[in-house]
Ligand binder design. Structure first.
Ligand SMILES: Cc1cc2nc3c(=O)[nH]c(=O)nc-3n(C[C@H](O)[C@H](O)[C@H](O)COP(=O)(O)OP(=O)(O)OC[C@H]3O[C@@H](n4cnc5c(N)ncnc54)[C@H](O)[C@@H]3O)c2cc1C
Length: 382
């Protein structure tokens, strides 16, 4: 099996396939397998997939376990709602809620892949460029024109997927109008919660990573020309930073601790029902990129990887790559589409101003914990 892309989806797929006895070749365009210096929230659904991949102990060693999710108004500082990530939460979702540094997540997947050298062949500096099918083989060529062949190709090559262009005739990703600024700072205040600050036309998420040593910050606001930005290494435009001035003193003090931000435009795609063509199929952001307002892109990528490996191993029919790819989208497209649509709507809620902000705050303030917890059931129960 060929896998284009060695990010979270690609490495998780390689590992899931290896655990079912299938070998794969992972083709990654970057010179090394690496992730940016930022955090990822892992819902119960993702933690269950990591456990299924045999990584529970490795995960335990590096994650933080926040105690609660706080929703706060960014102007007044008021706590609007609180979701304890406590024993009740664990009991309800049969798992906890963790946060992790991206590099730690990638390196535990990578390490597990490296421990299976006979089944997983990891290759760097190879960008998949052309894709063709002949009989029961898929052939790709890399940027040097060299061929690579396999029984099928999994496109795990992210938002700007080259493989997707072979599978689906659709538009480029859609720029949401929002840009995410990211930073990692020392967790001097010993914060032990995920805090979502919601302000007019912006929101900020803060949570601990590396067992509480650092605080991961994501600050999101509108930036009309953000579609032109590419890659996390882009320093944040001054214009965007200015939008965060004038917030509650606690939030302002937090943001002032950041020595430098990097920026990333937020894009998604309209959902599609079919994620494959013949022996070429998509997973992760290549299949269903969504805005990150529910912190679920990587979680869904892990779900895809485990589900695809199970379908490929299914002795009752879906065992061929074509059938497995088709079944994967049948099983999962509605969930992925809901994620895309819900996150688009959430942007309006998080960034509300005027009467809408007032209504949002009132509603969140009246919401009992049980309801807040149950609202997440469609995501975390999976
Ligand atoms: C601000 C922000 C915060 C987020 N927070 C969270 C969170 O808290 N929780 C969560 O679950 N998700 C979160 N996400 C979403 C998550 O980061 C993505 O959904 C996830 O990284 C997707 O993984 P992937 O492997 O599908 O794609 P990617 O991570 O994009 O990996 C794709 C890989 O393919 C490689 N590649 C690309 N093209 C080619 C090619 N032609 N040939 C070979 N290799 C190629 C790339 O180099 C890369 O290594 C967040 C996203 C953003 C933007």
């Amino acid at each position: 099996m060929l896998i284009a892309g060695g990010g979270i989806a690609g490495l998780a797929a390689a590992l899931a396939l290896a655990r079912q006895g299938r070998s794969s070749v992972v083709l990654e365009q970057a010179a090394s397998f690496r992730e940016i210096g930022a955090g990822v929230q892992l819902g119960p659904n993702a933690l269950r997939r990591l456990t299924a991949l045999g990584l529970r102990d490795q995960v335990e060693a590096v994650v933080s376990w926040p105690q609660q999710v706080l929703m706060r108004d960014a102007l007044s500082g008021k706590v609007l709602n609180r979701l304890p990530l406590d024993a009740d939460f664990r009991q309800r979702y049969r798992e906890g809620y963790a946060t992790i540094h991206r590099a730690d997540l990638l390196s535990l997947l990578l390490q597990a892949c490296r421990e299976r050298p006979l089944q997983i062949d990891l290759r760097n500096n190879l960008r998949v460029e052309t894709i063709s099918e002949a009989g029961d083989r898929v052939r790709v060529t890399d940027q040097h024109g060299r061929p690579h062949e396999g029984e099928a190709l999994i496109g795990a090559d992210g938002l700007w997927s080259r493989v997707r262009a072979h599978v689906i005739d659709d538009q480029a990703p859609r720029f949401s109008g929002d840009v995410a600024l990211r930073a990692l700072i020392a967790n001097d205040m010993q914060a032990r919660e995920v805090t979502l600050w919601m302000g007019p036309h912006l929101h900020v998420v803060a949570y601990p990573v590396r067992r509480g040593a650092f605080l991961n910050l994501v600050a999101i606001s509108q930036y009309p020309s953000g579609g032109g930005l590419r890659g996390w290494e882009t320093p944040a435009p001054q214009q965007t930073l200015e939008r965060f001035q004038g917030q509650h003193s606690e939030l302002s003090a937090l943001l002032q601790q950041v020595p430098g931000w990097t920026a990333w435009p937020l894009l998604d795609r309209d959902p599609v029902r079919h994620w494959s063509r013949g022996r070429v199929g998509l997973i992760g952001d290549a299949a269903h990129p969504s805005l990150q307002y529910l912190a679920q892109g990587a979680c869904l990528a892990l779900e895809d990887a485990v589900a695809l490996a199970q379908l490929l191993a299914d002795p009752l029919g879906a065992g061929t790559p074509q059938a497995a790819f088709t079944r994967l989208a049948e099983q999962r497209h509605a969930r992925a589409a809901r994620m895309v649509r819900t996150t688009r709507r959430l942007a309006r809620v998080y960034h509300a101003s005027g009467p809408l902000r007032w209504g949002r705050n009132l509603t969140l303030g009246l919401m009992p914990t049980r309801l807040t917890r149950e609202m997440m059931a469609w995501i975390y129960d999976h």
